[in-house]
Design a binder for this molecule. Structure first.
Ligand code: AP5
Length: 214
């Protein structure tokens, strides 16, 4: 099963993809996570991407498309994958179609997670991420047992640079301008399914699983 999770920053794409990945035993491919790893390791890709990410705008398509195509060619994607944060605009969506067609594959479902803007800002500004394993917490909605430390690996929790309020506003603007048109793009292909992302994490997973099963 090949899935895309679509939704604004803070909608819960990362949270849900991780749970779906465990449930269906297919990899989560988060372009944001891969880019952040490259920034952390100071790779040539990370050096090119950092400034765009810090400003909350999209990293150029040519960098991201190549990165995703290579990732999709890895063996663990043969039985399916979950794309989290890709595609982010029409050009990326068309490039993805081309890549998949070459392998006689296609997207099965595009799940659009919808959440009110006020809630998105609360979620993002309170998010804390583990430096070691990448697990996401929230200071109010999902706090770790010990403040500042990851429950799974005891790694230190930090706030992402782009989770500062002014960058959040820019990321939401970029989403509306460049990513939202993908809803129509995938509706035209009969793949788009809308989910209300306002409830508890497990309820939302159940909604997604229900939609996928239909
Ligand atoms: P990326 O890392 O993809 O960020 P994003 O799309 O902005 O999404 P987020 O990770 O912020 O949110 P999410 O929806 O995953 O929410 P999460 O589950 O963490 O991209 C970052 C940057 O990288 C971009 O700005 C761009 O520069 C670059 N980039 C990435 N992909 C690119 C691409 N394809 N092309 C070009 N550039 C690209 O949840 C958020 C918080 O809410 C957490 O604290 C969580 O605990 C909490 N939470 C989750 N669900 C719930 C719930 N149901 N109730 C209460 N709290 C919840």
């Amino acid at each position: 099963m090949n899935l895309i999770l679509l939704g604004p920053p803070g909608a819960g794409k990362g949270t849900q993809s991780k749970l779906l990945s465990e449930r269906f035993n297919i990899p989560q491919i988060s372009t944001g996570d891969i880019l952040r790893e490259n920034v952390r390791d100071n790779t040539p890709l990370g050096q090119k991407a950092k400034d765009y990410m810090d400003r909350g705008v999209l990293v150029p398509d040519e960098l991201v498309v190549k990165m995703v195509s290579e990732r999709l060619n890895e063996n663990d994607c043969s039985l399916g994958f979950i794309l989290d944060g890709f595609p982010r605009n029409i050009e990326q969506a068309m490039a993805l179609e081309e890549t998949l067609e070459q392998d006689a594959k296609r997207i099965d479902h595009v799940i659009g997670i919808e959440v009110e803007t006020e809630e998105l800002i609360k979620r993002l500004s309170g998010r804390r991420v583990c430096k070691r394993c990448g697990a996401a917490y929230h200071v109010t909605f999902n706090p770790p047992s010990k403040e500042g430390l990851c429950d799974s690996c005891s790694g230190e929790l930090y706030q992402r640079d782009d989770d500062k309020e002014e960058t959040i506003v820019e990321r939401l603007r970029v989403y509306d301008e460049q990513t939202l048109p993908l809803v129509e793009f995938y509706k035209e292909r009969g793949l788009f399914r809308k989910i209300d992302g306002a409830g508890g994490v497990e309820d939302i997973t159940s909604l997604i699983v229900g939609v996928i099963g239909k």
